[in-house]
Ligand binder design. Structure first.
Ligand code: COA
Length: 271
């Protein structure tokens, strides 16, 4: 993993943001607590997401955990007594943290969760909201909501069911069990499993590839796949059509055609 000393801090440095060569990186940086997420971290995460969203030079965003032992070990349970002790407090807490996750759910750029170590509870929610999950061999996954007595909520379960199907979702939720990376790969929770020492390089290679492809074409894929996941009645076919037309009219499509004919690498501008 790269040096994190040159990264911009949010939430007192517990969230770090970095951008170079078209690739944005957000690091959950609370390794003493296995990157458990406090409300301040959720909010810092939202600020970092917004900053990278609005940075035109950034074409893809990687999410990762610092310290090598965890991606995110879930919400910070030590805050629960104060912020989540009953239904009313819990609703306020959920609203504030869900607002940040909504930014990720509606993110206009491709996102990759780079997972090493524990990926639990709210960490799974973050990972499942990313477009792609790349995990290290040694990673472990679980949603221990039933061990704590909390409901995981609609958004988290919708993504879990869409990735692993209802039966695995039930097994994971009813037991609160942890599964290893091989099982996570088999059930479709992660797309790729990589040796721990190669995880960052492999994730970066995928991000670089994405960052060099045509941004509008990637956006078209992202928008269309999101619509495919909706009920047919709720699909915005006009949005799919509009991004399709934007691609076909784009300077990048011209550049893509020309570069192919001239046997050179295309230089895409995102317009
Ligand atoms: N919230 C708050 N603190 C957490 C945390 C969480 N979600 N996860 C880990 N920590 C803290 C531990 O309390 C411990 O603090 P301490 O050093 O002050 O005792 C520290 O992080 C290291 O955790 P530890 O359990 O000693 O490390 P481990 O490597 O043996 O196990 C976990 C790591 C993540 C498996 C284990 O800490 C765990 O099960 N955490 C809770 C996960 C959870 O329930 N998440 C869902 C929350 S909704």
């Amino acid at each position: 993993m790269p040096d994190i000393s040159d990264e911009a801090p949010f939430a007192d440095g517990k969230i770090l943001k970095h951008a170079a060569d078209g690739v944005g990186v957000i690091t959950f940086n609370n390794p003493d607590k296995r990157n458990a997420m406090s409300l301040e971290m959720w909010e810092g995460f939202g600020e970092a997401l917004t900053a990278l969203r609005d940075d035109d030079a950034v074409r893809v965003v990687i999410l990762r955990g610092a310290g090598g032992k965890a991606f995110v070990s879930g919400a910070d349970i030590s805050q629960f007594e104060k912020t989540r002790h009953n239904a009313a407090a819990s609703e306020e807490y959920a609203k504030r943290s869900a607002a940040q996750r909504a930014l990720l759910a509606d993110y206009p750029k491709p996102t990759i969760a780079c997972i090493q170590g524990f990926c639990l509870g709210g960490g799974m929610q973050v990972a499942m909201l990313a477009d792609i999950r790349i995990a290290a061999h040694g990673s472990q996954f679980g949603i221990p909501a039933a061990r704590l007595g909390i409901a995981y909520g609609y958004d988290g379960l919708r993504h879990l069911v869409s990735l692993v199907g209802p039966s695995w979702a039930r097994l994971l939720m009813y037991t609160g069990m942890r599964i290893d990376s091989a099982e996570a790969l088999r059930i479709g929770l992660v797309e790729r499993v990589i040796p721990d020492d190669q995880l960052w390089g492999e994730t970066m290679a995928i991000a670089k590839t994405i960052s060099q492809n045509a941004p509008l074409a990637i956006k078209a894929a992202k928008i269309t796949i999101a619509q495919v996941l909706k009920d047919e009645s709720g699909r915005d076919m006009d949005a799919i059509k509009a991004i399709g037309l934007a691609c076909m009219d784009s300077a990048d499509f011209r550049e893509g055609r020309q570069a192919f004919m001239e046997k050179r690498k295309p230089q895409f501008q995102g317009r």
